[in-house]
Each structure stands twice: as structure tokens, then as C-alpha cells.
Ligand binder design. Sequence first.
Ligand code: ADP
Length: 505
Amino acid sequence: MTPTTSILRVLVIDDNQGDRVLIIRELEREFEQLQTQEILDQNDFDRAMAAGGFNVVVTDYQLQWTTGLDILCSIKQRYPTCPVIMFTSSGNEEIAVEAMKAGLDDYVIKASGRYIRLAASVQVALERAEIRRRASLLEIRLQRLLNRLNVGVFRSNAAGELLECNPAYLNLLGADSIANAETLQPLNLQEIYQQLLSVPQQQQEIQLQRMDETLIWVFLNVAIDAIEDEPVVDGLIEDITARKQAELQLRQLNEQLEERVRERTARLEAANRDLEEFAYSISHDLREPLRGIQGFAQVLLENAAEPLSVTQQEYLNRIYNSTQRAEQLIEDLLTYSRLGQAELSLQSVNLSLLISRILTQLRPELRQRQAQVYVEEPLAEVAGNSVLLMQVITNLLTNAIKFVAVGVQPQVRIWTEEIRNADSSLMIRLWVADNGIGIDPEAHQRIFNPFVRLHGEETYPGSGIGLAIVRKGVERLGGRVGVESVLGQGSRFWIEFLGMNDSAI
Ligand code: ADP
């Protein structure tokens, strides 16, 4: 016995009481929760039809008050999903065919031994009705979903005819019906089909003219498929006009911004050039009077007509020393401003060779301070300019041996390190580490600006331009500078350039 949870309600329509009893007995054997209603005449039938609530109908064909065919038609008209089974001995093949066409679910011949088939037939008809019910529910759900979607969905055939589509598709194209969309075809479906023959799935952003002649941007996603061996195009179409407009606006804004940045940079560069030229000529012109003062102080010191007093001699010495410092400052300023003006050519620079040349030049100073310099060979090759790099590294080295506490022997370590950028280009970092007085982290950025000095002239003499030259020089070579240091624990300055292996020089 088939276990059923819900109640099965059956209309049994047969004039013969014996047959009705047999039918009910057979069904009871198969269905646990069965409710039957026997229909004896038109009144019974009308009442049952009005009340509804039955799940299946078993009817004879030949009835005194009507025929099984009329019963079938009435039922199917009012309750299209309710299964109807004809159980008869009076029918014939023609009637059976006609009834099946009108939607009859099964035709069972009354004969002894055939009654068992009736229950099986009811069972199959119920199952089929359930499957049909579910399928149509699914279809309704899908249809609702398609109707609610903001994305247009369509299907067309090889000839470019629109087979089906959802409301969003029509909305998008500005059509009020499939026929309307079909005649004007803002989207050339045949052309799409032809394109898909070579590439079976395609996505593209295209501009469309809607039926009201407005232009929109759409994202079109189409693929070729086959339904019952007929090729069809399945497509999705989405309105992206707002995004496209935003992109366009953004692009225009970016272009405007870039233009403004270009203009401003050009103005800044021109102003910088003017300033540098001005600084250069001023420094240059200052040298003359300085040299004059220096020369006359010297003459006075050496050839004064009368011997000078000690105080006079000291004053003159001070004048002489001050002019010397001023001259050094001017020299440094000239170097700094020249850096901005010189045309630079990048070349491969062997840092090992360059540093050994610098150390040779600095030998007297190193000896005087009893400094030790360790170079961790081999040093890398960089894309740079040897004249500029010589200046930059010399400044770092002189600082490294200068800013050391009294009584401490300066020790400097030099090495290079390879660094891979995110874009996998190779950078070389040159480190100059000392055992000096160190730098407060708060000042790490500032010390690369001109005239920034953290100490008085008496403790550590200097112009405050050395590191500014380092940064400007390195930046002119497309590199970066930095320092790692804590007060009292030495400093590690670094400069970084494109490595030779990767440079396009
Ligand atoms: P200058 O050496 O002429 O003073 P710089 O521009 O070379 O000028 O350096 C700026 C300041 O940075 C220095 O006055 C000093 O205070 C600090 N500085 C530079 N190098 C070092 C170093 N190796 N150790 C400690 N302090 C340093």
C-alpha cells in the first residue's frame, strides 16, 4: 500500500452501484486516507463541482444523465489540473482517442480482473499531476524572477527573430511589445547570431539607439545554444549608461587635473629655475667682495707698516676665518644650484671604483681624524652619473667622520643591498653607516633641507647644505635618500638607485 500523508478525495461517477462499490474497494486497498463521493445524477455532479476539493475523478462513459466525455470537459474546464480517469465497458477506441485529446488522464476498461489497474492508474495520474503542478510553479517563480530583474533577458533564433524576452529587455530598448521590438530591432539579433558562429560566447559594451532615439550604453552578454536541435541565441543586456557617464566624467576630470598639474609644474619649474639662477649669480657676485676682504686682511696681517697689537691681530684673524667660512658657504650654494641646472646623462657607475677614488681624495682628512672605513666588496653597479655620485657620497662620508663624539675613533661601514620593487625592477641601495652621535628621529626628514643644522658652528662646523646636495643629487638621478638613526647610536644613511641589470641604459 502506498503511504500517503494527505487525504485523497475521489469523485466516483457511475450509475451502477456494484461498480461503484468495486471501484471504492479497489481504491481503499491502495490509498490509506481515502474519501469518496458517489455521484448519481446531474444534481450530485453540480453540487460536487461547486464545492470542489476533490483530487481525482473516476467516471464511467455511458451514464443515464450524461456521458463521461461531457463530465471530462466540465471538469477540465473548471479544474484543469484535476486528473480524470475513464473506467468503462461501454466505450470504444474512437471515444478513448477523443477523450485523451480532451485531456483524459487514463482509460481503463471495466472487466473482471481489470479493477486492480484502476488504483495504479489513479496513482500514476496523481503523480503526473503533481509533477505538472511543480513544473508550473517553477515556471511561475522563474517568470516572476525574470519580470523583476533589472537586466534584460532574451532569446532569439538564427534568423534574428526574438523568441522571448522579459519586460526589462523591452524597457531597455524602449519597446512596448515583442512585436514592436521585433520590427525596429535596436539590437541587431541576426548580426549577433552571425558573430557567435565564430566565437560562441561574447561579452561587450556597446552603444544602442533606443526606439525614442535616445542613446544608451549596454553591457551585452550573449551565447549560442540549441533548443531541440535548433540554434538559439541566449542573451543578457544591462544598462550601464550611468557607469559610462561617470567614467567619462572621471576621465575628463583626470585630464583637467593632469593639465592643471602640468601647468603648475611648468610654472614651478620656471620659478625654480629663476630662483636658482638668482642664487647662482648672487653667490657668484658675492665671491668678489669676499676675496677682496680676505686679501686685504691677509695684507694687513703680513705687511702692516707698524706692528699690530695682539687684539688687532686676533680681529684680523677672525675677519679672515669668517670670510673663509662665507666662501665655503658660497661654494656649497653654487654646487647646490648648479645641480638643478646641469644636463645629466645616466651611465653605468661601478660603485667600488667610485668609492675607492673618493677615499683616495679624502685620505688627508681620514688620516687626520684617524678614521677607519670598511667597504664590503663587491659593491653593485648603478645607473647614475659619476660626477654627481662622487659629490653625494663624499658629503655622506665627510659627515660620517665629522659627527662623532670627542675621543671616539670614527668607524664607517659601506655596503650595497639589492631591493626588488613591486614591479620587479631592481634597485640598489648604498648604505653609509657610522658610529657617530646619531640623529633624533624627529629631525630625519628636516636635515635634508638646506641650512638645517642640529649643532652649533663651534661644535661641528659646516654650512648645512651637504645633505641638501645629497638629496637633490640623488633625486636628479631618479633615486631616493633616507636615514635610520637614534641619538647616541650612530647613523645609517642610504641612497637608492635603479640597478644596472634592469636599467634600460
Ligand atoms: P653640515 O654637515 O654642513 O652641517 P649637512 O646638510 O651635511 O650640513 O647636515 C645637516 C645636519 O645633519 C648636520 O648639521 C648634522 O646635525 C646632521 N647630520 C648629518 N650627517 C650626520 C651624521 N652622520 N651623524 C649625525 N648627524 C648628522
